[in-house]
Structure formats: structure tokens, C-alpha cells
Ligand binder design. Structure first.
Ligand code: ADP
Length: 169
């Protein structure tokens, strides 16, 4: 075994949560930056039973796996229920989130304070790369549905998956 655990050091873990339907370059930028700050980064794909996405949870996980493989320290898992329970079960002390604009802040602050109050887990905010500050999965899906070009907004693998999925609909 190599790495911090074998040297008796504590492994620094963080989680990037979201729905990732599908993963975009904005998500990927945050995951990449988190992966350079932490020993292990979990990407937690939220299962929302009341909202059917364009991609099944397993498809989202598979896409994230493939596009994060090069980082070498990213794990991808699904979760439902409370994110703080996901964190507790895996000894993850930190949640990493991207902040796109001031409009994200109000809700993110409430969630961060709630999660800290529930279990002591910390939330760290990384300012979005300005190139992606307008970017969301829902916008990508909407633009792609109407034939708009989203090639610069998602990894090539995701672009192919989107094209396949949207031509089936
Ligand atoms: P969305 O449907 O808004 O794309 P997700 O629920 O999948 O969102 O997003 C999960 C998290 O990923 C967000 O809370 C945010 O921290 C981060 N994120 C989403 N889009 C971006 C982006 N364009 N730039 C940076 N971070 C982002």
C-alpha cells in the first residue's frame, strides 16, 4: 500500500455532490480542482426518485467515471437521503461546491449551515471558472434538444451520449 494511509497520515477526503444529468465542463472543473487539493474525492450522484432525469443514475456514474479517470483519486457513487450521512459513513469531513454567481450563494449558504449544524461537516466553495459561470446541466440539455452547439460545454464523451439520447427522443 502507498499513499497517506500507509504512512500513518490521515487521508484527506472531500465530496462533490450533485445530480450530474449529465456532467458538464463546469462540474469537471470543480472536481479537478478538488482532486488536486484532497487525497480522495468522492463524486456523489444524488438519486431523486420524484424527478426522472435524461440519463439513468448508472449512466451518469459511468460517464463521470470515464471523464475523471485521469485524475486517479476520484470515486463515483450514488446516494439518496442526507448528504451528511453519506459523509459520515465514509469519514468525509468536507463538501466542495462550485459557486457560479451571487444567485447560487443564498441557497448554498443555507445548505452549508444546515449541514454543519447537523453533523459538523464543512462546506468549501470554489469560485467557478468564469468560462462556465452560466453553465448548468439543464441549460445544456435545453440547448442540445433544439440542436444548439454544446461541444464546448461538455466532454466529448458526454456530447456523444447526449446526441445518442436526444435522437432517441
Ligand atoms: P446543475 O443542474 O445546476 O448543473 P448539479 O446539481 O448537478 O447541477 O450541480 C452540482 C454542483 O456542481 C453545484 O451545486 C455546484 O457546486 C457545481 N456546479 C454545477 N455547475 C457548475 C458550473 N458551471 N461551474 C462550477 N460548478 C458547478
Amino acid at each position: 500500500m502507498t499513499g497517506p494511509e500507509s504512512e500513518g497520515k490521515q487521508v484527506r477526503r472531500a465530496v462533490c455532490p450533485g445530480s450530474f444529468d449529465p456532467i458538464t465542463n463546469g462540474h469537471l472543473d470543480i472536481i479537478a480542482r478538488a482532486s488536486s487539493l484532497y487525497d480522495e474525492v468522492y463524486v456523489a450522484v444524488m438519486i431523486n426518485q420524484s424527478k426522472k432525469g435524461l440519463f439513468e443514475i448508472e449512466e451518469r456514474i459511468d460517464l463521470i467515471h470515464q471523464v475523471t479517470a485521469e485524475y486517479g483519486n476520484v470515486r463515483v457513487e450514488s446516494f439518496h437521503g442526507l448528504l451528511v450521512d453519506f459523509c459520515k459513513q465514509r469519514e468525509i469531513p468536507a463538501i466542495v461546491k462550485g459557486l457560479r454567481a451571487v444567485s447560487d450563494f443564498d441557497y448554498e449558504l443555507q445548505m452549508a449551515q444546515m449541514n454543519n449544524g447537523l453533523s459538523g461537516v464543512e462546506t468549501l466553495f470554489i469560485p467557478t471558472n468564469p468560462t462556465y459561470s452560466f453553465l448548468s446541466s439543464s441549460l445544456v440539455k435545453e440547448v442540445a434538444t433544439w440542436g444548439g452547439d454544446v461541444a464546448h460545454l461538455v466532454p466529448p464523451l458526454v456530447l456523444d451520449a447526449l446526441r445518442d439520447r436526444l435522437t432517441q427522443h
